[in-house]
Design a protein around this ligand. Structure first.
Ligand SMILES: [Zn+2]
Length: 114
């Protein structure tokens, strides 16, 4: 499953960083996932709990996902819409010059630990 390999990469980066910072226990990992991104938050959460199970570094750690709605704007007339599914035609003027302003994010924002 796609979210598992993604989460493996996220955890590898967090582990490497924690080792460098001499962090022994992670409390939370924060991510931003856009509604149009390629990952499904519940699947990421499942992957997180499966992949961190039995790992003392992540004992009791939580994954926090901020979900970003899709925002699009027409480059021709300035029409904006939020939370629509991906329709790339302006509802005002019919232009197909619709830009995606937000909703494609897939980032690790950071983690907390000690
Ligand atoms: Zn338009």
């Amino acid at each position: 499953m796609h979210e598992f390999s993604l989460m493996e990469e996220v955890l590898r980066a967090v582990r490497d960083s924690a080792r460098e910072e001499d962090i022994r226990r992670i409390h939370r990992v924060q991510m931003t996932v856009g509604a149009m991104g390629c990952a499904f938050p519940p699947a990421l959460e499942t992957a997180f709990s499966v992949l961190t199970e039995g790992d003392p570094l992540f004992q009791g750690a939580a994954l926090e996902i901020v979900e970003r709605a899709v925002r699009v704007r027409c480059a021709t007339c300035g029409w904006e819409a939020i939370g629509r599914d991906a329709r790339f035609v302006c509802e005002e003027c019919g232009s197909s010059e619709v830009e995606i302003l937000a909703g494609e994010e897939l980032t690790v924002d950071g983690y907390e630990g000690e």
